[in-house]
Design a protein around this ligand. Structure first.
Ligand SMILES: *Cc1c(COP(=O)(O)O)cnc(C)c1O
Length: 380
């Protein structure tokens, strides 16, 4: 027998109480029970997103929310600025192009965070840019971008909106949607929100709705205005993912019981233990700055194949991690600590990483990273 651990940056483990809630008999989405459930989760999402605006729920993976955040605000020919510091930043560019936008791509070296000044300069250079697209946490590199600083810049730039993919950020670290003035925040169910894949969530500010009013909106299913009008009546335009929404009700209860700042502290502490543990074991972190608290990207030691590390974690020790993408394939491996995670998940990841790397013939002192992680987790 081999016991399995899901430590990949999505999907992430689902708590047993959430799994049980989702096993309840199906209810009809036009029945009063759904109305009550939906009203409760809509409220809870506003709390989680730290916004007074509606948070739309869509039956799709996170990318569906991203797609809607392009198609509802940009008309063909409109100008967009996308920050590309990794795989998901690249996706913003592809999506904008797919909907006919004129895209200026701000390339950021993978492993680095965008310099807010560069966004400010790009906006000054081209005042016609209608929307800026960025990740709060770029999962492919493990880097967090400073969306608070970006919000300040975009806010000062007339009608331009800031759209943030917070799929591995919301519920991990603080994102003050209204206070910072982020117009659109997108997340998905299967990362920090401890649910199976299948739901996307999007908050939309008043300023963004004004832009949506002017946009052509070429998409049918991801029609935010239609969804808003339905969801304000506790309905959805099409059949919702009812079981996932029942699971979400449970997740929101758990998060509320813990409290937002306690959640962020727990996540930050786990991230710190993972990062410092890896470094104490002699491994280097891939991010050159601003590491995300959602996951840790670690550079494979010289002469060791990063793909072998992540594969051996699975085959030898039952741990699902992730490798690197594109030019980072073989160069890095990634371990998640977001969502339903606690201290011993970090210890498991740390111990197994040491064992795998030693097993691959690289000198590493067993227990060195574990000891460091233990110190941090005890000091909490
Ligand atoms: C996972 C992820 C996505 C894509 O979400 P899907 O649910 O796979 O569509 C987008 N952005 C970031 C930052 C992610 O981590």
């Amino acid at each position: 027998m081999i016991k399995r651990y899901l430590l990949a940056p999505g999907p992430t483990p689902v708590p047993p109480e959430v799994l049980l809630a989702m096993a309840r008999p199906m209810i009809h989405h036009r029945a009063p029970e759904f109305d009550k459930l939906f009203a409760e989760v809509r409220d809870g999402l506003k709390w989680l997103f730290q916004t007074q605006s509606d948070v739309l729920m869509l039956a799709s993976s996170g990318t569906g929310g991203m797609e809607g955040a392009v198609s509802n605000f940009l008309s063909p020919g409109d100008k967009a600025l996308t920050v590309n510091g990794g795989k998901f930043g690249e996706r913003w560019g592809k999506l904008c192009k797919a909907f006919g936008a004129q895209v200026t791509e701000l390339k950021v070296e993978w492993g680095r965070a965008v310099d807010p000044q560069a966004v400010s300069d790009a906006l000054k250079k081209d005042p016609a840019i209608k929307a800026v697209y960025v990740q709060a946490s770029e999962t492919s590199t493990g880097v967090a971008h400073d969306v608070q600083a970006l919000a300040k810049i975009v806010k000062a730039h007339g009608e331009t909106i800031l759209v943030v993919d917070a799929i591995t950020a919301l519920g991990v670290f603080d994102i003050k949607t209204d206070e910072w003035g982020i117009d659109v925040v997108v997340t998905g169910s299967q990362k920090a929100l401890m649910l199976p894949p299948g739901l996307a969530f999007v908050s939309v500010s008043e300023k963004a709705w004004q832009l949506a009013d002017k946009a052509k909106n070429t998409s049918f299913y991801f029609n935010f205005k239609r969804e808003r009008d339905n969801q304000q009546k506790n309905q959805t335009a099409y059949t919702p993912a009812v079981s996932l929404i029942i699971g979400l009700q449970e997740v929101l209860k758990m998060l509320k019981a813990e409290g937002l700042s306690a959640v962020f502290n727990r996540q930050a502490n786990l991230a710190k233990a993972m990062r410092e543990g890896m470094q104490a074991a002699g491994l280097a972190l891939f991010p050159k700055e601003s590491p995300s608290d959602a996951l840790t990207a670690i550079s494979a030691p010289e002469g060791v194949d990063g793909q072998a590390i992540y594969k051996n974690l699975r085959t030898q020790y039952g741990i699902t991690a992730a490798g690197g993408q594109d030019h980072l394939k073989g160069k890095i491996f990634r371990l998640s600590h977001m969502g339903y995670m606690d201290r011993f998940d970090v210890i498991v990841a740390m111990a197994a990483t040491e064992m795998v790397i030693k097993g691959l013939g690289h000198p590493i002192k067993l227990g060195s990273g574990v000891a460091k992680a233990q110190e941090i987790l005890m000091a909490k």
